[in-house]
Design a binder for this molecule. Structure first.
Ligand code: BTN
Length: 259
């Protein structure tokens, strides 16, 4: 059954996690789930608290962009209190959780475009934003924001339709947002516990990247780097082989794939 609206009970009921998603706050409409999650974290909300909005009127994307999240999409933020050591792994964790959840719930294969776009057939289906409060190498909180285009007809959104897709457009039918959210919470907890137990998710993440081996252009602030995306480091940076043979380490940026 495809639900019309989401409720905390429908998300938490028999959810197979210990702490991720055991407390859920749902709003019909919010400016951004990131803002509410930040306020909750500052008040000491339990780790794993999730803020969900049916729609966002001022969704935040990376690099100060706007993120479109109308009704039919998933917009949620998860509060974590990780140690500084695995803060760089949170982007790997979130990306893998989305890829695995999409496959479990829909059977669709997706890939990660470095650093944190999830693509299906070359088009963006999900964006991830991580915001954290770090002082003197102590993490106050980290918030993982995930936006998934679930039941959207991209033809209704011409501003993003050339580069974006949705699960429903790919499948030709609607998908349960509830199933997607519940699976996401299970995958996030599983991967987070792996990190906490000292395990690594780097290999899985590297193998899920569509970027490696491709000719890319990376824009960071006003600088543009071009080259072959050769590898990624364990801290999540991209290693770019330039035409002069040198290797450049890129910590953040916006990637365009050329091959
Ligand atoms: C990007 O690709 O630029 C990242 C997009 C992140 C969007 C999500 S939707 C839930 C959370 N709330 C926001 O305002 N942004 C993130």
């Amino acid at each position: 059954m495809i639900e019309n609206s989401l409720s905390p009970v429908s998300i938490t009921n028999n959810l197979e996690t210990h702490f991720i998603g055991q407390r859920v706050i749902c709003y019909p409409s919010l400016t951004s789930t990131m803002e509410v999650a930040k306020q909750e974290a500052q008040r000491g909300a339990a780790e794993g608290t999730v803020v969900v909005a049916e729609e966002q009127t001022g969704g935040k994307g990376r690099l100060r962009r706007v993120w479109l999240s109308p009704k039919g999409s998933i917009a949620l933020s998860i509060i974590l209190y990780p140690s500084a050591a695995y803060l760089p792994s949170l982007i790997m964790l979130a990306s893998l959780a989305v890829v695995y959840s999409i496959e479990v719930v829909t059977g669709l294969k997706s890939q990660v475009k470095w650093p944190n776009d999830i693509l299906i057939n070359g088009r963006k289906v999900c964006g991830i934003l991580i915001e954290s409060d770090v002082r003197k190498n102590i993490v106050g909180y980290a918030i993982i924001g995930i936006g998934v285009n679930v039941n959207l007809r991209l033809c209704d959104f011409p501003e993003i339709s050339p580069i974006a897709t949705s699960l429903s457009d790919e499948l030709g039918r609607n998908v349960s947002r509830l199933d997607m959210i519940r699976q996401l919470l299970v995958e996030i907890e599983r991967l987070y516990l792996t990190l906490q137990a000292g395990g690594s998710i780097y290999d899985e993440w590297r193998d899920s990247l569509v970027t490696l081996g491709k000719r890319v252009r990376v824009k960071w602030d006003k600088t543009i780097y071009e080259g072959i995306a050769e590898s990624v480091t364990r801290d999540g940076s991209l290693l770019l082989r330039r035409s002069d043979g040198s290797l450049t380490k890129i910590v953040a940026g916006d990637v365009t794939l050329h091959d």
